[in-house]
Design a protein around this ligand. Structure first.
Ligand SMILES: Cc1cc2nc3c(=O)[nH]c(=O)nc-3n(C[C@H](O)[C@H](O)[C@H](O)COP(=O)(O)OP(=O)(O)OC[C@H]3O[C@@H](n4cnc5c(N)ncnc54)[C@H](O)[C@@H]3O)c2cc1C
Length: 449
């Protein structure tokens, strides 16, 4: 029986750019905008027909905190997008979030529109509905081109610098680079099919919750009685207005988001779980009586897949000791937030959370964006080089914007300087430029002034 086929084809060149960004999530957005605003020609390739990554693809309903509970830590492009999103909110919500930068709700259609416009303003060339399926390697650790597939066929894309912002390190994987995945036993954080419920009565729900306790206490009871079949009692939700609310609730275990069969099972099981949850909310929670499932994620939300092996790997010790590095390009203050598929020793806790004190953060060095063995490739986003626990903190969208902004800025600076390796970058110049753009890389680094 034939178990494999050989298939060769000539690939016409579709485009060439200084910087090609693979993936349009927070990391890819930061990278594309930063590179283009610094004068590089940029092509951003995204498999969906819109930008935003998990916020729009999988309907993750809010941005984790931008602050360290005392001051903004994520600034620059990520902050600019947060402000634009707040500006686009409906009246009422807009007032509520005017001075808030932590846990801001994401209305996905507003975000898509904002991001399209920002790319156009910056002169980024967009290519949607296009999957990057392979990498053509050249000499000396260089990537020569990417292989892309879309409605127009299969073609190649060339660049001086590539940013892998696919969140699964697809480019590194296809090019045979080193990576890790999950814990020592291959365990990965569970996935979640996020969803939007419409036709809610927010005031009625809030009155109920203030009198009878928050939603999670009701979930806990329903879970214990067997009425609600969810892994644990945790649910995050954000109202977009009086009647529509985004939910990040319910886990599907055993899903490897870099495996198409698993993603398929996640889609089927995830949607089923959403309707089970919605049915329970409708029957049991005042304010939800008329709830309709308006939307589920186009893909189940994936918290964890590959982590590259970079020139530096950010560790749990770096996190707890709030370490700074001479080549810091961003800082992170978000807590360790590892969702588990089996409870901790107490038999109840399904999220491993470790917080830094208020006002504290740790640095992320440029070297964590550089996959070992590659000369012209950056990795930005949740697959950057970190140990598993620390990835459980740095994976969130605000920090991913910052990683992308650093990679894109470095790509543009290297283009101007005719560099040949990502390690050629002038770190002082990169840090100065990031600060000039409004990014924050810590008190020890010069601030714009
Ligand atoms: C259920 C869940 C809840 C979460 N909750 C929060 C939260 O409350 N707040 C928060 O800030 N963060 C949260 N996170 C984390 C956060 O959403 C992600 O870790 C973050 O979006 C990662 O950013 P990224 O840019 O690396 O990748 P992504 O956001 O995953 O974007 C990657 C993009 O690349 C595209 N892509 C991938 N491969 C290819 C390819 N081969 N060809 C073309 N395009 C490709 C994808 O379509 C996607 O648009 C949550 C995550 C999940 C899954």
């Amino acid at each position: 029986m034939t178990t494999s086929f050989s298939y060769q084809t000539e690939l016409p060149l579709y485009a060439e750019a200084d910087v090609v960004v693979a993936g349009g999530g927070p990391a890819g957005i930061g990278a594309a905008l930063a590179a283009a605003r610094n004068g590089a020609s940029v092509l951003l390739i995204e498999q969906r027909g819109f930008l935003g990554g998990m916020a729009t693809v999988s309907l993750v309903p809010s941005y984790t905190p931008y602050s360290d509970r005392e001051k903004p830590v994520i600034r620059g492009i990520g902050y600019e997008i947060l402000q634009a999103l707040k500006e686009a909110m409906q009246q009422g919500l807009k007032e509520k979030f005017r001075d808030v930068i932590d846990w801001v709700p994401i209305e996905p259609e507003n975000l898509k529109l904002i991001l399209d416009a920002k790319m156009q303003e910056a002169g980024v060339r967009l290519l949607y509905h296009t999957f990057i399926s392979d990498v053509i390697r050249g000499e000396g650790g260089r990537i020569d081109a990417l292989v892309i597939h879309n409605k127009s066929g299969s073609r190649a894309v060339k660049a001086k610098w590539f940013v892998d912002a696919t969140s699964d390190a697809d480019l590194v994987w296809r090019a045979g680079g080193a990576f890790q995945k999950g814990d020592d036993g291959g365990e990965l954080q569970p996935a979640t099919m996020c969803f939007v419920l419409s036709r809610l009565n927010r005031s009625r729900f809030e009155a109920f919750a203030s009198e009878h306790g928050p939603l999670h206490t009701h979930i806990e009871r329903a879970k214990e009685s067997g009425e609600l079949k969810v892994l644990h009692n945790w649910a995050a939700f954000s109202f977009y207005n009086e009647s529509d609310c985004g939910f990040n609730f319910g886990h599907v275990t055993g899903i490897d988001g870099s495996n198409a069969d698993d993603l398929t099972r996640g889609a089927v099981e995830g949607r089923k779980l959403v309707h089970h949850i919605a049915d329970w909310l409708r029957r049991r929670i005042p304010g939800f009586e008329q709830a309709v499932v308006a939307q589920t994620g186009e893909q189940i939300g994936i918290r964890e897949t590959r982590r590259i092996v970079g020139d530096y790997t950010v560790t749990f010790d770096d996190f707890t000791s709030c370490r700074s590095f001479p080549d810091d390009i961003a800082r992170n203050a978000y807590y360790i937030d590892v969702h588990l598929s089996k409870p901790l020793l107490d038999g109840k806790t399904y999220i491993d959370k470790i917080f830094l004190p208020p006002g504290k953060s740790h640095g992320i060095p440029y070297r964590a964006l550089l996959p070992v063995g590659f000369a012209n490739l950056f990795v930005a986003g949740r697959s950057i080089s970190a140990d598993r626990t620390t990835q459980g903190s740095m994976r969130v969208m605000p920090t991913c914007f910052a990683f992308g902004e650093a990679a894109g800025t470095a790509g543009a600076l290297l283009t101007q300087a005719n560099g040949t390796d990502t390690r050629d970058v002038d770190i002082d110049a990169l840090q100065r430029q990031l600060v000039k753009q409004g990014a924050w890389i810590g008190e020890d680094h010069l601030q714009e002034g």
